[in-house]
Design a protein around this ligand. Structure first.
Ligand SMILES: [Zn+2]
Ligand SMILES: [Zn+2]
Length: 195
């Protein structure tokens, strides 16, 4: 997905619209490749800020995910915002002022290549815990049967989503020393962005 910026490069404020539909190889997910169903589409506009080409738009794709409860594969639509700044790759040009929200990518010539940004944003937009459906019943922890297909022979069971709660009530109530509170585990962990 290469945007031709030759027309907007000479003029600050000039805008070029773009729309692509292209096939991509599988995405690099955290736990391995993620298959795409059909082409990826992206559209938006590229804008000459005077010092860079700012791209704003969105990308859409259908991916094949595996359910975190029942392990079944299912198709899932993903949509992601594109927000990236392409800066001329000239020797002696520093990284410039850093806006943490916007990615700055060097480019040369009359084209900016959106592929990396599209791939990266689609991966970031994937659900952390994919579910084939919001009320997926998951697998029986005893016999492994897919409970979406009907009950198994293991007798009354605890709903997998409530299992943690049941454990909580089974715990002895004695271990609650007054530690003066302060149950802060420090700052939230920052998610590492894939490179
Ligand atoms: Zn499921
Ligand atoms: Zn069972």
């Amino acid at each position: 997905m290469k945007i031709d910026v030759s027309k907007i490069k000479p003029e600050t404020g000039a805008v070029e619209h773009f729309a692509f539909t292209e096939r991509f190889p599988p995405l690099a997910g955290e736990d391995g490749p993620i298959e795409l169903k059909g082409p990826v589409s992206a559209d938006g506009e590229a804008y000459n800020t005077g010092s860079s080409i700012a791209v704003r738009g969105s990308a859409k794709a259908r991916v094949v995910l595996s359910c975190s409860r029942c392990a079944k594969e299912f198709e899932h639509p993903v949509q992601a915002a594109l927000k990236v700044e392409y800066v001329p790759d000239r020797p002696g040009t520093g990284p410039g002022e850093d806006d943490e929200d916007v990615e700055r990518v060097p480019y040369a010539g009359d084209e900016v290549d959106l592929d990396d940004e599209v791939r990266q944003q689609l991966v970031l937009a994937l659900p952390m815990k994919p579910l084939c459906s919001a009320d997926c019943k998951g697998l029986c922890p005893t016999c492994g049967k897919d409970l979406n297909e009907g009950p198994c022979e293991c007798g009354p069971r605890v709903d997998i989503r409530l299992a943690g709660l049941a454990d909580f009530f089974k715990r002895p109530a004695a271990n609650n020393p007054d530690d003066g509170g302060g149950g802060n585990d420090g700052p939230a962990k920052k998610k590492d962005l894939p490179r």
